[in-house]
Design a binder for this molecule. Structure first.
Ligand code: ATP
Ligand code: MG
Length: 267
């Protein structure tokens, strides 16, 4: 951690929001080190809000999406893990572990390509154990025409030739563009109503900090499965139903909290 005075505020170990505060600090530190864009702070806050109304747990519906995602990635010819600043700041080690377990390269892909950001993310991933990182050489990048933003530049040996792209915390425009290019898109997004969530083939509505370690665990198990078994897992998954189930879960969760709130207020 840096020398900012915020970092000297001691948070008691039994603080009910300890985990959340810890990850906030990672995002803040990431911003200071150039890894996270200013807008990344706002995106993180939007995610926190949705996590709150999901009870800050990985529910059974999300686990089904995670299972389908891992099976799909293991079936892919050219799977790629797209990395942005927030994911790199929150869980670099888990990204590296997942990349190794799935044999899927990491490709840095940014919306805000501020000078030095790619290098900062590269450094962070290397420190976490990454060996090969794609999307770092400006000279060899190629364009995907479906996008007007900076993210239209992709690595010719990564996203360009990929069949399955894993995009944690993606932007809607980009997800749409990847779909138009014929890619199978797997997203992690705490907001089940975002354009990313709706456009993706498999939407994991969960916090990336909980999703990645679970994916590694499941990947180790699924690597022993046959192609047929993996295909069955993918085929049984229905993303529209997945999102509808999540929305139902949120409604039920909020109703439960409503009851509890009244218990506390009128005791
Ligand atoms: P879209 O462009 O897909 O419609 P958006 O514009 O609302 O979405 P963005 O800022 O583009 O949102 O992307 C950030 C997304 O990442 C948000 O939907 C937010 O809920 C989600 N998010 C932020 N932090 C996390 C996290 N730790 N885990 C999972 N999702 C997260
Ligand atoms: Mg967006």
């Amino acid at each position: 951690m840096g020398n900012n005075e915020n970092n000297h505020v001691k948070v008691p170990k039994d603080h009910p929001r300890l985990t959340s505060l810890m990850y906030r600090h990672k995002i803040i530190e990431g911003m200071k080190n150039l890894v996270v864009a200013e807008a990344g702070l706002i995106a993180h806050g939007r995610g926190e809000c949705f996590d709150y109304i999901l009870g800050e747990i990985t529910n059974k519906i999300a686990i089904q999406a995670i299972n389908a995602a891992v099976a799909q990635l293991l079936l892919a010819q050219h799977p790629v893990i797209s990395v942005n600043g927030n994911v790199a700041a929150l869980c670099p080690e888990d990204l590296v572990l997942l990349s190794k377990t799935l044999n899927a390269p990491l490709e840095i892909n940014l919306f805000y390509r501020k000078k030095g950001r790619i290098d900062a993310i590269k450094k962070l991933l290397k420190k976490a154990g990454a060996q090969k990182i794609l999307g770092v050489d400006e000279n060899t990048m190629v364009e995907i025409e479906e996008l007007s933003s900076n993210r239209r530049m992709v690595d010719p040996s990564g996203i360009k030739i990929s069949d399955v792209v894993f995009v944690p915390l993606e932007d809607g425009d980009r997800t749409e563009a990847l779909k138009k290019l014929g890619k199978t898109v797997i997203a992690v997004d705490l907001n089940p109503l975002s354009r990313t969530a709706i456009w993706a083939d498999i939407t994991i509505v969960d916090n990336i900090i909980r999703t990645l370690p679970l994916m590694v665990k499941i990947a180790l198990q699924y690597k022993k499965y046959t192609k047929e078994q993996l295909k069955n897992i993918v085929n049984e998954f229905d993303n529209k139903k997945n999102i509808q189930d999540i929305l139902e879960f949120i409604i039920e969760y909020i109703n439960l909290q409503k009851e509890k709130a009244f218990d506390i207020l009128y005791k």
